[in-house]
Write a protein that binds this ligand. Structure first.
Ligand SMILES: Cc1cc2nc3c(=O)[nH]c(=O)nc-3n(C[C@H](O)[C@H](O)[C@H](O)COP(=O)(O)OP(=O)(O)OC[C@H]3O[C@@H](n4cnc5c(N)ncnc54)[C@H](O)[C@@H]3O)c2cc1C
Length: 463
């Protein structure tokens, strides 16, 4: 079939009515023919802007050309030189504002579907049993990585590739960070995708020790003094949820999005034989407008709830990816925009019975350039509900900074680190990802893990 070069090949998805009732993946991805057709739309630009838009600088035109020639193995090795998690990134990266946002095809038509091609290559390589290439020589130096999220996995993978002896210490009983406990199964399958990409990182020689809470089981100082680690990378994320501090927030049936999603994803609370069940709300309010709010809302919907997203700005300002907002709407999530909760109402037993909100309008732009929401006096109204999920952002847990001598943090409790090499205020200790930036994205965390791996190599080589 002739390819219309101005339009991307559409990707198949589960029907919205069907998927609203299951936890299977929404996007079905390209098949071989679709992927190869989409690859023909790449102009193979001599000065590729897409690469500049990618925080880990994947050689995008090269892998697409290799795919076009039918060589999935070469395409996969090209991607994995820069990325340890291509099947993850192909699914969750905000490509529209990164590689695809810079694609020259996008000036007159639709950008090449780079993310879906990356996903196709990674999935096909996995099915073919292709692994990333490891180190040829070993260096006799031990590096500790704290946290097994995208920042830690990337830093560990890059260091192992150049021969370091790397151990990841992870607090939870599963590796993957937000990829396993935050982002739901219907966007990012755990067994088929996340676990397999973690296996690939392990195949480079990386060891993962789970159930080790750094700052409690052992400290960074003792890892370096007593256990022979010559450098440490902190990729401990930003897992501490924020609340609104409004009346009624302590009521039964109020959750942080983190708790709600962790119970559902990591502890499989949606399954009837789960030992750590979660409430299945009849009607719930999700407060916030980011990716996390969309995930919590769509999870609650799949548990059988009517779901209202309450967000204090308008549709244009929603911070979530457009694709996620679109998917949420198709599935039947109700958006109550330009309104904000002022009180959570409780019944006589202390359970949530409603959420009192006030309407907002947009005033002057604030320092971030976004117009500030202002309350409309006398416009209070109630949404009847039996659960409220707060999705207002997260900040880093202070456990590591409070148990490590000489580690500087800023007023947002984030670790201070050089963005070019991850160096912190403490000799031999590097950091990156959400622990440094506050809640951001998978690919930015990976970019920081990469920069720190380079910084650690330079530090240890010069020692
Ligand atoms: C629900 C949700 C949906 C999201 N959706 C998207 C999306 O679609 N696209 C996107 O790009 N980004 C998304 N993000 C953001 C993205 O997942 C994060 O920015 C990214 O995971 C940060 O990576 P990280 O490695 O810095 O931290 P994390 O992924 O948080 O990993 C940190 C790890 O460190 C461990 N840890 C913490 N403290 C300790 C300790 N003391 N000792 C040992 N281990 C410790 C944690 O258990 C965790 O496993 C989403 C986030 C959430 C919560």
């Amino acid at each position: 079939m002739a390819v219309d070069v101005w339009k991307r090949i559409p990707v198949r998805e589960q029907d919205p009515k069907v998927r609203a009732t299951n936890f299977e993946e929404v996007c079905l991805g390209y098949n071989k023919e679709e992927a190869e057709d989409e690859a023909t739309r790449c102009l193979n630009c001599p000065n590729p802007q897409c690469v500049k838009g990618c925080p880990v600088s994947i050689n995008i035109p090269k892998f697409i050309m290799e795919l076009k020639e039918g060589n999935v193995e070469k395409a996969y090795q090209t991607i994995s030189e820069s990325s340890a998690l291509p099947a993850v990134c192909g699914r969750v990266c905000p490509q529209e504002s990164q590689c695809e946002g810079k694609c020259v095809r996008g000036i007159k038509g639709e950008a090449v579907s780079i993310g879906k091609l990356e996903r196709y290559v990674a999935d096909t390589a996995r099915e073919m049993g292709i692994k990333p290439q490891g180190a040829t020589e070993k260096k006799n130096k031990k590096v500790a990585v704290i946290g097994s999220g995208p920042a830690g996995l990337t830093c560990a993978g890059d260091l192992a590739r150049i021969g370091y002896d790397v151990t990841i210490f992870e607090a939870l009983h599963e590796a993957g960070g937000v990829l396993v406990y935050g982002i739901p199964e219907f966007r990012l399958p755990k067994e088929a995708v996340v676990k397999k990409e973690i296996e690939n990182v392990k195949s480079l020689g990386v060891k993962i020790e789970k159930d080790v809470v750094i700052g409690k089981s052992v400290t960074i100082d003792s890892l370096m003094k007593d256990e022979g680690f010559e450098a440490v990378f902190i990729g401990s994320g930003a897992g501490l949820p924020r609340f609104m501090n409004i009346p009624g927030e302590q009521a039964l049936g109020v959750f942080s999005a983190n708790e709600f999603l962790t119970r559902s994803n990591l502890m499989k609370a949606f399954s009837s034989d789960s030992t750590t069940p979660i409430m299945h709300p009849k009607k719930c309010v999700v407060v916030g407008g980011g990716n996390v709010a969309m995930d919590a809302a769509r999870t609650a919907l799949r548990l059988g709830s009517e779901v209202h997203i309450v967000y204090r700005r308008g549709e244009e300002e929603l911070p979530a990816r457009k694709e996620e907002v679109e998917h949420a709407k198709q599935e039947g999530i109700i958006f109550d925009l330009l309104c904000n909760p002022v009180e959570i109402l409780e019944d006589e037993n202390g359970w949530v019975k409603g959420c009192k909100c006030i309407r907002m309008e947009l005033g002057e732009p604030d320092e971030s350039g976004r117009r500030s929401p202002v309350e409309v006096a006398g416009s209070e109204f109630e949404i009847e509900c039996d659960a409220v999920i707060m999705s207002l952002g997260t900040s880093p847990n202070p456990l590591i900074s409070s148990t490590t001598d000489g580690l500087e943090i800023n007023r947002r409790k984030c670790i201070v680190a050089d963005e070019n090499n991850g160096q912190t205020s403490k000799d031999g200790v590097f950091a990156g990802g959400d622990a440094v930036t506050g809640a951001a994205t998978v690919i930015l965390a990976m970019g920081a893990g990469k920069a720190a791996a380079k910084g650690i190599d330079e530090y240890l080589s010069s020692k």
